[in-house]
Design a protein around this ligand. Structure first.
Ligand code: AGP
Length: 608
């Protein structure tokens, strides 16, 4: 997600802002920029790439400025380019703004601004904000920001400066964290305290719907409805390392806990509830083109291949379109058959995985329409596909993919819904799925609240040398994903299998030393899975079941149960994977592993 830093005080602003951005680098970004207000007016400088590129653009020039804002951008709307980098300014170049979040109604606002004769300069959602502020500005910058924000739907953390108020910063928060740092004759604004901790540990956290007016000697907080707020000053005792992980011990644990919000971002602005249909204009396919698709190929690697398998179950059951899932590394060398009306989905968190990129190119050379389900905006796969859907999961720092996986599954559910509603799926069926989708984030929060129980189960099994994961139907890929999570961060050998396949070999492995994790939800194959569990227990195998809340009959048939809420059958992977992520995490920690950077692994495999 984006990083914001603001300074107003008696020191030179540029070094404070640049150092503050460097403290935010851990958040992941693709471009950076700075706006300084001084004797030369409003100076804005931006660059693609790392902060050192911005420093090169700024050069050694002494900027006699004591007031400014700066930004690191994680692109969501508009590729990572210098033009799209923040800060954004109004066309009179008198106001500058930086933003973290997603403006949902930016398309309508762009049209509104164009009708007012305002030239739009970038591909971003953010730019509409600075023009609205300029349009509403009379002589009070806080009021102009307040009036502009009442026209906005979505999430934001913003900082705004203006030539007309050369020592003032306006900060506002809705859904994206923002904090005011209190100094001596100087004050700070940032998206998290790590950017200001070397200057002050006294901070005021803004809440959603609050606006702060900050000057070197003052800070006033009001609500968006202009109700005065008495700010509470807190003293930060965290270390920088703890702050970057927001108090979690590892990025992976933080990212597991981010999933309710990252899934809210994945569906934000993409659901038409009345029609029971997903809105995915990024696919660049008209409804008749969507209806004409005869065959779908989904290609990916690793965890992304597991989400692809889940997508197959969803699309074939909902849309009745033949869908095959291919390991990218195999597809690219197999001289694949691609007929007319074939669409290939390339799924990739990084958008840079060499095998997936090559497979996508191979399919396109053979005439397929290629679409990307990618997390990193402007990545190679995203740029080379004919369209796609961004995951909006934010930067995934932990090598073991968690929030990107659930975002992929969620986006695949939206794709299946859209394809289904283009065919025989009724409005009611679409609405039922969308209603279930909207409950998922809160249900994940319920599962995350059982973390201590999951940790207790992890402690019982963390010394095992081998694990078997079993699942049926749409939860078979979840068994694969659970096994991959465990093996890649704990180095325990773990295999995922379709539960029925156990009889065809793996059952020979079962004994009291082989824990077997079984996804045994109350669904049409529950009884079959219970038979598989009995087969394991008959061989002294120890079973950990992922079960549906309320299923008490399972308790005396297994050794341990981890419960998840009931949801739409085709959405159950979004919930059943959560205990498996935490189980793998806790076992790896108990075995003293480097959870965020496991041995031999890279976050993005850009080589064959
Ligand atoms: C998953 O935890 C692993 N890090 C790995 O399997 C990963 O999913 C795979 O390399 C694909 O990466 P991508 O999604 O960035 O293409």
């Amino acid at each position: 997600m984006c990083g914001i830093v603001g300074y107003t005080g008696h020191k030179k602003a540029k070094p404070i802002l640049i150092e503050g951005l460097k403290r935010l680098e851990y958040r992941g970004y693709d471009s950076a920029g700075i706006a300084l207000i001084g004797e030369d007016g409003l100076m804005v400088s931006k660059s693609v790439g790392k902060i050192k590129m911005l420093e090169e653009v700024l050069g050694d020039r002494e900027y006699n400025s004591h007031h400014g804002i700066a930004h690191t951008r994680w692109a969501t709307h508009g590729e990572p380019t210098e033009t799209n980098a923040h800060p954004h300014t109004n066309n009179e170049h008198s106001i500058a703004l930086v933003h973290n979040g997603i403006i949902e109604n930016y398309r309508a606002l762009r049209e509104f601004l164009k009708r007012k004769g305002i030239q739009i300069q970038t591909q971003t959602d953010t730019e509409v904000l600075v023009h609205l502020i300029a349009m509403n500005y009379k002589d009070n910058l806080t009021e102009a920001v307040r009036d502009a924000l009442t026209q906005v739907e979505g999430t934001y953390g913003i900082a705004v400066v203006s030539l007309e108020h050369p020592d003032m910063i306006i900060a506002a928060r809705m859904g994206s964290p923002l904090v005011v740092g209190i100094g001596e004759g100087e004050n700070f604004v940032a998206s998290d305290v790590s950017a200001m901790l070397e200057h002050t540990n006294k901070v005021v956290y803004l809440d959603d719907g609050e606006i702060a007016t900050v000057t070197p000697g003052s800070y006033e907080v009001t609500t968006i409805h202009n109700t005065h707020i008495t700010p509470i000053i807190e003293e930060i005792s965290w270390t920088l390392d703890e702050i970057e992980k927001e108090g979690y011990d590892h990025f992976m644990l933080k990212e597991i806990h981010e999933q309710p919000n990252t899934l809210r971002n994945a569906i934000r602005g993409r659901l038409k509830r009345e029609e029971g249909i997903a809105y995915l204009d990024g696919l660049n396919l008209q409804y008749d083109e969507l209806r004409s698709i005869k065959r779908i190929i989904i290609t990916a690697c690793g965890t992304s291949w597991h989400s692809a398998l889940i997508g197959k179950y969803m699309i074939e059951e909902i849309a009745r379109v033949s869908t095959e899932v291919e390991y990218a590394s195999e597809f690219r060398y197999r001289s694949p058959i691609v007929e007319d009306n074939t669409v290939l989905f390339a799924i990739s968190q990084s958008g840079e995985t060499a095998d997936t990129l090559a497979a996508m190119r191979e399919a396109r050379n053979r005439g397929a329409t290629c679409l990307g389900l990618v997390n990193v905006v402007g990545s190679t796969i995203a740029r080379e596909t004919d369209g796609g859907v961004y995951l909006h999961a934010g930067p995934e720092i932990g090598v073991a993919s968690t929030k990107a996986f659930t975002a992929q599954v969620m986006v695949l559910a939206l794709v299946a819904n859209l394809l289904g509603r283009m065919r025989n799926w009724s409005v009611q069926q679409g609405q039922e799925m969308i209603a279930a989708i909207e409950k998922i984030p809160e249900q994940i929060e319920q599962i995350l609240a059982t973390n201590d129980r999951i940790k207790e189960v992890a402690r019982q099994y963390h010394k095992a040398d081998n694990f078997l994961y079993l699942g049926r139907g749409i939860n078979w890929p979840v068994a694969l994903e659970g096994a991959l999570k465990l093996k890649e961060i704990s180095y325990i050998h773990a295999e995922g299998y379709p539960a029925a396949e156990m009889k065809h070999g793996p059952i020979a492995l079962i004994d009291e030393n082989m824990p077997v994790v079984v996804i045994a939800l109350k669904d049409p194959v529950y009884d079959k899975v219970m038979s598989n569990i009995a087969e394991v227990r008959a061989r002294r195998g120890r079973v950990v079941a992922i079960a549906t809340e309320g299923d008490t009959e399972i308790e005396d048939k297994v050794n341990d149960v981890l419960y998840i809420p009931q949801t739409h059958r085709l959405l159950s992977p979004l919930l059943s994977v959560i205990p498996l992520q935490l189980l793998a995490y806790h076992i790896a920690v108990m075995r003293g592993r480097h959870v965020d950077q496991p041995r031999n692994l890279a976050k993005s495999v850009t080589v064959e």
